[in-house]
Design a protein around this ligand. Structure first.
Ligand code: NMX
Ligand code: MLT
Length: 431
């Protein structure tokens, strides 16, 4: 029954050896090339990152440690954290040990609450989460060990310590933010006998919810945990951590990226859109009404939030998991019904418009309607829950990057002048 750290210590020498051998024997082989479109187009599709926690297939969606997300929906977030870091699911004893380890670490320093209390009362909850994480930087294990002259091969160990602290504390902070920001009463302290998801659900202090709310929060934390390393939150975290900034700096930066409407904030934007539909048609619209509303959104130059993806070209299996949950729990809920109807109406419209490469729903299209069903109506909070979950993935990625000694990120940029001169010399660049 190894602890997480022991398991990682067993795994890491093999991973290091594997990477070293690969680079030594095949270092000069070409795995991708970059076109002018890609250089100006957000590097879409350029294979230039390595991520061993999860991978995204354009039609099947995400798999974690080689297991498709649809097979992980009954797991606990702690099991996913172990899977992300070790590539295997924990046995029952290891899971219990990890749960205890996280419970032990879940006390949030008083200065975090003081900082949150001092912030403007109308701060966005994502700003509060990112600030709370940043302010804990002073207690980073990595920072301390680095100052003491730690050797490079040991970098991953204090990074794992920081990751464990972050994973343990973030649900407590996030629940506290919900209660402070929306005047829900005093912050609820963690119950040190509960798992991460159950504790988070309890600390939110929602009124009138049944046990299925806990199941829902666990599912939420599992589904958003990781999506390989090219998405904005993961790539930002990786870039910042590559300067040997500690995990608090890196994760806080990653969450700032998650707070953008084209990334994690799309869940709040999506519910806003669904509620606009509901208000306009005084309930669930007909297909024709929704069809017109969606076209009006597009014609006004806006995106339909929750639809489209930079990598996926099929319905996101994370959306499917939420849809299945909603079909079981609240098929008659009007807001959920609008989400289900949008799934029917919007993809053909985006296809007809012909701009979006992926007309299908992503993870953000359905999650908000379920939070709304459970009575969480403050939709600008929704991305915080995404953030709590995403910390599992981005901090695991950072630990593994430290383990293989990833260097500082520094791609080469070129000027438009250089680009013009180069394409003039090279008329037959491949598409
Ligand atoms: N509604 C309207 N237009 C869209 C949509 C959409 N849902 N998705 C893409 N397009 C447009 C896009 O704006 C672009 O237009 P233009 O040429 O005028 O700039 C065109 O289609 C081509 O974009 P793509 O190459 O298909 O998409 P890209 O890879 O650039 O961006 C997203 C991916 C996810 C940013 C984009 O699909 C989008 O803005 N979706 C809505 C926001 C959203 O749901 N984001 C959440 C993503 C998941 N997450 O959690 O991070
Ligand atoms: C994510 O979960 O990070 C999003 O689906 C965005 C992405 O993968 O690009």
């Amino acid at each position: 029954m190894p602890t997480l750290k022991e398991k990682m210590s067993q795994r890491i020498p093999g991973v290091r050896e594997e990477v070293k051998k690969l680079v030594k024997e095949h270092g000069s082989k070409v795995i991708s090339e970059v076109t002018v479109t890609q250089a100006y187009g957000g590097m879409r599709g350029v294979k230039s990152l390595v991520c061993d926690t999860s991978e995204v297939d354009l039609s099947r969606g995400v798999s974690i440690g080689g297991i498709h997300i649809s097979e992980l929906t009954e797991k606990l977030p702690e099991e996913i954290f172990w899977l992300l870091l070790t590539g295997e699911l924990p046995d029952a004893d290891s899971l219990e040990t990890l749960k205890k380890e996280l419970q032990k670490r879940s006390t949030v320093p008083q200065y975090v609450w003081d900082t949150l209390n001092a912030m403007p009362k109308d701060s966005h909850p994502m700003t509060m989460l990112s600030t709370a994480i940043l302010v804990m930087e002073k207690d980073s294990h990595f920072k301390k060990s680095y100052a003491e002259g730690m050797r490079k091969e040991n970098y991953w160990e204090p990074t794992l310590e920081d990751a464990l602290d972050l994973v343990a504390r973030t649900p407590v902070i996030a629940a506290g933010i919900y209660r402070m920001r929306y005047n829900k009463g005093p912050v609820i302290q963690p119950d040190k006998t509960l798992d991460l998801g159950a504790n988070y659900a309890k600390m939110l202090g929602m009124k009138g919810v049944d046990k299925t709310f806990t199941d829902f929060i666990r599912l939420y934390l599992v589904l958003h945990s990781d999506h390989e390393s090219g998405n904005v939150s993961a790539f930002t975290t990786h870039t910042v951590a590559s300067a040997l900034s500690n995990l608090y700096y890196a994760v806080s930066a990653g969450l700032n990226g998650l707070a953008g409407p084209l990334h994690g904030l799309a869940n709040q934007e999506c519910l806003k859109w669904v509620l606009m539909v509901k208000d306009m048609f005084k309930g669930a619209p007909t297909d024709e009404q929704l069809h017109k509303f969606a076209w009006d959104t597009l014609k006004s130059g806006k995106v339909i939030p929750g639809y489209g993806h930079a990598v996926l070209r099929q319905t996101d299996p994370r959306f499917t998991a939420f849809l299945e949950f909603g079909n079981r729990m609240c098929p008659k809920d009007e807001v959920f019904q609008i989400v289900a109807k949008t799934f029917k109406v919007v993809p053909p419209i985006l296809t007809e418009q012909g701009k979006a490469k992926d007309p299908w729903p992503n993870v953000d299209a359905g999650s908000g309607s379920l939070l709304w069903h459970y009575g969480m109506t403050e939709f600008d909070y929704y991305t915080v829950i995404f953030g709590v979950s995403r910390i599992l993935g981005i901090s695991s990625q950072a630990v593994l990057s430290r383990a293989i000694g990833s260097p500082i990120v520094r791609p080469k940029s070129v000027t438009t002048k250089w680009m013009k001169a180069t394409v003039a010399k090279e008329p037959a660049l491949k598409a």
